[in-house]
Each structure stands twice: as structure tokens, then as C-alpha cells.
Write a protein that binds this ligand. Structure first.
Ligand SMILES: [Ca+2]
Ligand SMILES: [Ca+2]
Length: 90
């Protein structure tokens, strides 16, 4: 549990620096369960679920769908690494 928190803090730092860091790639790869290089909604859901459960927030499923739609800029039904980490350049 502590390790996971550490990873999340690292990810937050990386986002603040507005650069895609190795740790962020790792999280993205971890989310890409079938390793096709893209994260679809079914792979995205557990990511959000985990985040919400850690913060004790309800309604993760509705929110995960909402977030996915916002993140999927080209609406192809998959999140690329850049879409997965919004706020990154390009
Ligand atoms: Ca995938
Ligand atoms: Ca996309």
C-alpha cells in the first residue's frame, strides 16, 4: 500500500513538471493489461476505481466513463500515453 502511494506521488510530481517521466510510462503500461500499446475503457476503469477507493470517493464507474471521454481527444476509444497523461506537451 505504501509503495503504491509512493508511485502516485511520483506521478503527481511528474505531472507538475509537465513531462512524461519513466514512472508515468510504467503506470500507463501497468494499465495496458493486454499490452496492445493503448488503454481502452475496460483497462481505464480499474485505474479510476483504485484512485477513487484510495480516497474513499463513490461513483467511480460513472466518473471513469466521463473521464475517459474527456481524455480520449481523438475519440477512437483508446487512450494513448499522451491522452492518458493530459497536460503534457503535444
Ligand atoms: Ca490495451
Ligand atoms: Ca484516443
Amino acid at each position: 500500500m505504501k509503495k503504491l502511494l509512493c508511485i502516485m506521488v511520483l506521478a503527481l510530481v511528474a505531472v507538475a513538471q509537465a513531462e512524461i517521466m519513466p514512472g508515468m510510462v510504467k503506470i500507463y503500461e501497468g494499465a495496458d493489461v493486454d499490452k496492445n500499446g493503448k488503454v481502452d475503457l475496460e483497462e481505464w476503469k480499474p485505474v479510476v476505481k483504485k484512485r477513487f477507493e484510495e480516497r474513499g470517493k463513490p461513483d467511480w464507474e460513472t466518473q471513469s466513463i466521463k473521464q475517459f471521454k474527456n481524455l480520449d481527444k481523438d475519440k477512437d476509444g483508446f487512450l494513448t500515453l499522451v491522452e492518458f497523461w493530459p497536460g503534457q506537451s503535444k
